[in-house]
Design a protein around this ligand. Structure first.
Ligand code: PMP
Length: 352
């Protein structure tokens, strides 16, 4: 007989990562195609030499460097094992069993998982037809049991970002007892005329936090390091939920090195943004519907044809991320990878 486990485990969905196929172009996980910058790789190698020692449990040097970089105090920052770990810590820090966590849907697939892990109740508010978050409907969904709202901006997997003006109106409507987490995993790719700066919001509103990561624009998905910025009391509460030593010494060193390399990384994100425009325009030209994206991916709301498109691309060794019955998310790669994707997409139009 197996030992007893939680009776609600079947209700917790598994996280489905983007597939990897040897020799294929992988455009499934919103990673960067290029590896870490040489200066960052060197910092990782240096840190590896000291891997016999435990890392600094509070990532003090990284937190200090982040605070300087962002113009906040160290007490406003905490580092985590990827921003997904911080999302989970946040749910655990603010929710008691039965409390509600609201988010737009479709959005980051970890939200329902981490809510249920914490015995909280996920409340999913459908996105608008253009893939953007329905802020009015999210505010309307707040109840006495609501403790936390995730706003994923830009939204994974659909692409649109919330504007600063719309966010201000939304935040004015949300009760101060409800924490609003701005999940800005794709912040560095935003090029909108009215952009949200989650760090600025978190420094002026006592119930707002910003979650960012080194996984995407900084190209460190495999190292696992992200950070949260917010009011000191919330930061302290979230820090308490950390798995001890879960931010490795290599990850801490790499994060610091990334912050030293500002201009080089800006050039990389600019290149992705240029390719994002090229890929979206080409797909629109082929007749696909493609919501405006402020991230390093585009979304094709193909509905029932999503699985067919995904399979068609896979057969041509281009790996995209399928949300069956809903759509396909395609990460923006380098120009050659994107050309492979566009060729497959063009072919799909003709066989469709
Ligand atoms: N938030 C969003 C919206 C994401 O898409 C991701 C990664 N897919 C994360 C958070 C987590 O990123 P990481 O844990 O690698 O920092």
């Amino acid at each position: 007989m197996s030992p007893d486990v939680r009776t609600d485990l079947d209700a917790i969905p598994a996280y489905v990562p983007g597939a990897t196929v040897p020799g294929a172009v992988k455009l499934a996980s919103n990673e960067t195609t290029a590896g870490p910058l040489p200066s960052v790789a060197a910092a990782i190698a240096d840190a590896a030499a000291g891997a016999n020692r435990y890392p600094d449990i509070t990532s003090r040097a990284l937190v200090k460097r982040l605070a300087d970089f962002l113009g906040v105090e160290p007490e406003n920052v905490t580092a985590g094992c990827g921003s997904v770990a911080l999302c989970q810590q946040l749910v655990q820090a603010v929710c008691a069993p039965g409390d509600e966590v609201i988010y737009g849907w479709r959005s980051f697939e970890a939200y329902p998982i981490i809510s249920r892990i914490a015995h909280a109740v996920p409340v999913q508010v459908p996105n608008r037809a253009d893939g953007s978050l329905d802020l009015d409907a999210i505010a309307d969904a707040v109840t006495d049991r609501t403790r936390l709202i995730f706003l994923c901006t830009p939204n994974n997997p659909t692409g649109p970002a919330v504007s600063r003006t719309d966010l201000a109106a939304f935040l004015d409507r949300v009760p101060a007892r409800v924490t609003v987490a701005l999940d800005e995993a794709y912040y560095e790719y935003v090029r909108s005329s009215d952009p949200v700066d989650g760090v600025a919001e978190a420094m002026t509103r006592p119930n707002v936090v910003s979650l960012r990561t080194f996984s995407k624009a900084y190209g460190l998905a495999g190292l696992r390091v992200g950070y949260m910025v917010g009011p000191a009391e919330l930061v302290t509460s979230v820090s308490k939920m950390v798995v001890p030593f879960s931010v490795s010494s290599l990850a801490q060193a790499a994060g610091i090195a990334c912050l030293e390399a500002g201009d080089e990384l800006r050039a990389r994100t600019d290149a992705v943004v240029a390719e994002r425009t090229r890929v979206r325009d080409a797909l629109l030209g082929m007749g696909y519907e493609v919501p405006e994206s402020q991230a390093n991916f585009v979304w094709l709301p193909l509905g029932e044809r999503a699985a067919g498109f995904n399979e068609h691309c896979r057969e041509r060794l281009v790996i995209t991320r399928c949300f069956a019955g809903d759509g396909v998310r395609i990460s923006v790669g380098d120009p050659e990878e994107n050309d492979r994707l566009l060729a497959a997409a063009q072919e799909f139009v003709t066989v469709m």
